[in-house]
Design a protein around this ligand. Structure first.
Ligand code: HPA
Ligand code: ZN
Length: 345
């Protein structure tokens, strides 16, 4: 018996099903409207005259062309309240998308380089998580990302600054420009984070080669791979990821906008799922890439018509499996997911 046979409105189900988001950079949720509001509030002059002019600049040719604009946008964030408001704005949208849990990346070096204290960043975001839990019933966690275009020494210094706030973040990640900045550059700092009992993830195989995914696993000992789409070039790696159930946090609209897959119809996501990899769908930097999590789900299912209801179930179930929460919580979410499918039309 096909437990999914009764489902006729797949888009409605994609919207309504409970899901977790595991790859979203909080600085990448900074909408142009909030950039202008914070610039005004903080007395900062912007290079752009209007929200429309700023949005018009969001035409990216690759990862670096995006990062240049993304770091510039983040410069309006100065005070604890700014980080709180940014976080809460994300969680309100997450609630609309039926996200039950979100693990947020943040880039402390983007802020400490400008003279903003790391405590301001972490306290503001932590308060946003509390607000989300209290007002929206969404659980959240923070993952501190090291910028890979900076040195490992810089990453160590950032870790040192963050340690007084150890209870406020669950893990570390690695983001920014991938090409020319391989995982091995951060081997020592990841080893230290492992000793500290932090969860470990890293961006790998977005623009960089499949080898960087092997290296993130072998040299950094990460538990999840962010993006990871280039594993499609290496069948042995795909098998390795599938057998070990190493999650990939795939971001389809990001891949489209940064020209990793300029046409979503060519995206490897369905192939990876069919090969048994623990694939999840995520929004990465939704304010810059044209959509939050449900928009990513809808666009992906539209572009890849071989994706059916059982794939939707698998993607949501994978998002729970791949999250850093206890097994009892994961089971409760899976039950909710089953109920959403049972009542779907
Ligand atoms: N890749 C690398 N660094 C990033 C990204 C990304 O997609 N988004 C924000 N920082
Ligand atoms: Zn990312």
């Amino acid at each position: 018996m096909d437990r999914f046979a009764h489902i006729t409105d797949l888009p409605a189900l994609l919207r309504a099903m409970p899901k977790a988001e595991l790859h979203v950079h909080i600085e990448g949720t900074l909408e142009p409207e909030l950039i202008f509001e914070l610039a005004r509030r903080n007395g900062i002059a912007l290079k752009y005259d209007s929200v429309e002019a700023l949005r018009a600049a969001y035409a990216f040719t690759d990862l670096q062309s995006f990062l240049d604009i993304y770091y510039a946008g983040a410069s309006v964030l100065l005070h604890e309240q700014d980080f709180h408001d940014l976080g809460v704005a994300y969680f309100r949208r997450a609630a609309d998308d039926h996200i039950v849990h979100a693990e947020l990346f943040f880039d402390p070096q983007t802020h400490t380089e400008r003279g903003v204290d790391i405590g301001v960043v972490i306290r503001g975001l932590s308060r946003a998580l509390e607000t989300a839990q209290r007002e929206l019933g969404i659980s959240g966690a923070l993952i501190l990302c090291f910028l890979r275009h900076l040195s490992e020494e810089d990453a160590f210094a950032t870790l040192e600054q963050a340690l007084p706030y150890r209870e406020h973040f669950i893990g570390v990640g690695l983001d920014s420009s991938e090409r020319g900045h391989p995982p091995e550059k951060f081997q020592r700092v990841f080893a230290r984070c492992r000793e500290l009992g932090l969860h470990l993830v890293a961006h790998a195989g977005e623009e960089g080669p499949a080898q960087y995914i092997h290296d993130a696993l072998d040299l950094l000992h990460v538990q999840r791979i962010d993006h990871g789409v280039r594993c499609i070039d290496d069948p042995a790696l795909m098998q390795r990821l599938a057998r070990r159930r190493i999650p990939l946090t795939v971001c389809p609209l990001s891949n489209q906008k940064l020209q990793v897959y300029p046409d979503l119809r060519d995206h490897c996501l369905a192939t990876l799922l069919e090969h048994g990899l623990c694939v999840t769908i995520n929004s990465d930097d939704p304010a810059y890439f044209g959509g939050y999590l449900n928009t990513n789900f809808l666009a992906t299912f539209e572009a890849l018509p071989q994706l059916r209801a059982h794939h939707a179930w698998q993607l949501a179930a994978n998002s729970f499996e791949a999250s850093f929460v206890d097994l009892a919580t994961k089971s409760a979410w899976l039950k909710q997911l089953g109920e959403a499918f049972d009542v779907a039309g």
